[in-house]
Design a protein around this ligand. Sequence first.
Ligand code: ZN
Length: 372
Amino acid sequence: MRGAQGDLLRLVAAGQAESRAELARMSGLAASSVSLRVEELIGTGLLVEEGAGTSRGGRRPRRLRLSPSAGVLAVADLGAHHARLGLLDLSGTPLVVEERPCDIALGPEATMDWIAASFEDLLLRHGPPGVPLRGVGTGIPGPVDPATGRVVAPSRMPGWNNFPVAERLGSHFDLPVLVENDANLMAAGEARSWPGRETLMVLKAGSGIGCGVIVNGALHRGRGAAGDISHVRVRSDSSVTCSCGHLDCLEAYASGAALMAVLGEQGIAVERPGDIVALVEDGVPEATALVRNAGRLIGEVLTVLVNFLNPDAIVVGGGLSSAEPLISAIRAAVYERCLPLATRDLEIAASRSGPDAALLGAGALLLDAVLA
Ligand SMILES: [Zn+2]
């Protein structure tokens, strides 16, 4: 029942439950299990109980609250050129989020040390006084082995292969450390925004392409590579060499980086995926055609996966996700080619958690690690 304490803490922190009875009802756990875990959470100082005692002759129910001094989590979502960094309280609510320029081409040592220094700076300027830091975590735009916390054969991250990212970040803090693929974090963050939808495919369409998979409400990592669709081969009339060295990977046609390269060749300057969205909104036909084609190619890959996994929803996040033609092209491809039973109740929609999805996911997974 790992994670159960985190779930209970989150229910209290979110104001959805304030008694053991409510926790039992909402979590589905037995009352005795809830009582045991609540006592443990009170013992560690994370939960406090208010209003104990009698009132007007009757016993007033005691109310559970997240302790205001329970702790904060420092989390980051690392991209190729920018990182989002934030402090969260233990309920996963952001206290502060900042975006800062960075450059992962500087290599893993410099980048991890920069993240650690940025966390220290955020704590100094925005950390609530007297509240301890309980854990640190970061998303990485490449494959991460969850058993070792090492990056494994990432494309477009020179010098990072086999680097012990978790160990390096942990060398700055004697605390639980979380290092996770960025699309997995985004999926874990989105999962809380889709009540009643237990199996999700969460596509990250940014500079790269990734996908996180939620099965029965929990992140499915496999051995670390689950959901990595970036190097699936796609059908195309032309032939493009991918950053991984193979021909015609999805990423080589449909990632933000690929679209930016094509637009650059056409003399249209763009610096980040959001610039492509702005071009589409301005009605620039080259950009709209490229985004629509990217959506079609992504949709064709997802077609296979939807028939195989039969998810409740495909959620599209990342810097390109607000480009409307991307999602409509994905929808068209999936609805045209998938089995009727697979699409009957399938929702295909843009992210509900927005640009902080990965930070929220990092907070949720890190809290589980802190409580473990
Ligand atoms: Zn490739």
